[in-house]
Design a protein around this ligand. Structure first.
Ligand SMILES: [Zn+2]
Length: 396
């Protein structure tokens, strides 16, 4: 049996996992506008895994509450042409565009929906640049939940249409993600629904860790490694498209859990890949502080954020585990999108393609025998406008 609780990443204080607990009350008192979230909570785990375990054993909501929609278990590709072209024979792609709503965000929505169902909550609210909205709408639909979405009017049309098809109530905000975020929290407070805002609801970070747990298992199968009774292996490097730092935090959390359970002896080196036009975490990693006057601009809408909500947590993990940041331009992202599609048959959205762009930019500093995983977070059909631009601006 495992015990789960919330723990503040700043002061270490512990809390029960309840619907009204989102951030640490004392640390969040110091919250200023225009800076990352203070008092982000992570899920602490105590106990020992059974010899035959499954991923649900490491999640704080029991398996029976998860809605009937096949989230996760996405494939780990072995991209032969890219391997040859780059000289990395152990290059892998974790293809999370194959989740039900075509993005990695389903992992967070899945856990939040299961928690709502366990707590008998019917309404979930979310602010999103697009993917979290369509994801929560789809996964919520499978769970019979009511989903209310606040989305910037500039979000790609496909993501909005997806959310509407799934039956969500969509409010378009004439402004950026931060405005949508504030409006959604006002709505949550007024109507008492559960917030799925990324980083603010700790289960969003926790849900995304399952990508790391799956990579561990899949690499073990490919490379024939066993740890005790578990087949598994941690990669050496993971390239993670990074906007607000939640997916990055989730990936670290997955490997940290595996380390706590004695299944890996070290945490992979993560590369946080940011767009040069949305580089808040990379800037803070380099300069030591977050800029207050930030304004993002990039073709990769899913990693375009002004305030990286999970910035403090992401930075803490990068420093603790000797992670790295790499920035890529929009043209590098669009070229990588086209290269990934034309060499591997995987059509990823620009944010997801940044993983390949970041790898191509830094591969000379990585030993070529390393096991490298590119995390592909969303499908290219979600933003045809950007892909069209890539066709005219880049060479195949
Ligand atoms: Zn605290």
């Amino acid at each position: 049996m495992m015990d789960f609780f919330y723990r503040c990443i700043e002061c270490g204080k512990q809390f029960d996992i309840t619907p009204d607990r989102m951030v640490c009350p004392s640390c969040s008192e110091k919250q200023k506008k225009d800076e990352p979230l203070k008092g982000v909570l992570e899920v602490g785990i105590e106990g020992r895994l059974k010899k035959e375990w499954d991923i649900f054993d490491l999640l704080p909501v029991e398996k029976k509450y998860f809605p009937p929609i096949p989230v996760g278990n996405t494939p780990l590709w072995e991209p032969e042409n890219l391997r040859k072209e780059t000289g990395f024979e152990r290059l892998y792609i974790k293809d999370d565009s194959l989740n039900p709503t075509a993005s990695l965000k389903d992992r967070a929505s899945y856990l939040v929906a299961a928690f709502a169902l366990r707590e008998k909550i019917k309404d979930i609210t979310v602010a999103s640049t697009g993917n979290a909205a369509s994801s929560m709408a789809g996964v919520g639909a499978a769970g019979g939940l009511n989903i209310k979405i606040f989305i910037p009017a500039s979000a790609p049309e496909a993501k909005r249409v997806q959310a509407l098809q799934y039956g969500a109530e969509v409010t378009e905000v004439d402004g950026n993600y931060d405005m949508a975020y504030d409006l959604s929290l006002e709505y949550t407070k007024k109507h008492g629904s559960l917030s799925r805002n990324t980083a603010y609801n700790p289960l969003t970070i926790e849900g995304k860790k399952t990508a790391a747990l799956e990579i561990f298992r899949q690499l073990g199968l490919t490379d024939g490694r066993t740890v005790g009774k578990t087949v598994g292996l941690a990669p050496d490097y993971v390239f993670v498209p990074t906007g607000d730092g939640v997916i990055l935090g989730g990936m670290y959390k997955g490997f940290e859990d595996l380390q706590r359970m004695g299944l890996v002896d070290r945490i992979p080196t993560m590369y946080a890949v940011q767009a040069t036009g949305s580089n808040a975490i990379s800037y803070a990693f380099r300069e030591g502080n977050f800029r207050p006057d930030y304004s993002s601009k990039t073709v990769a809408d899913s990693i375009a954020v002004d305030i990286p909500r999970n910035g403090y947590h992401a930075l803490k993990c990068l420093k603790k585990y000797d992670g790295r940041c790499v920035e890529v331009t929009d043209s590098e992202i669009l070229a990588a999108q086209r290269r990934l599609a034309s060499t591997s048959g995987l059509f990823a959205e620009p944010a997801a393609s940044s993983a390949l762009a970041g790898f191509l930019k830094t591969k000379d500093e990585i030993p070529p025998e390393s096991r490298v995983v590119l995390l592909i977070t969303g499908n290219g059909l979600k933003d045809i406008g950007a892909a069209l631009r890539g066709l005219s601006e880049t060479n195949p």
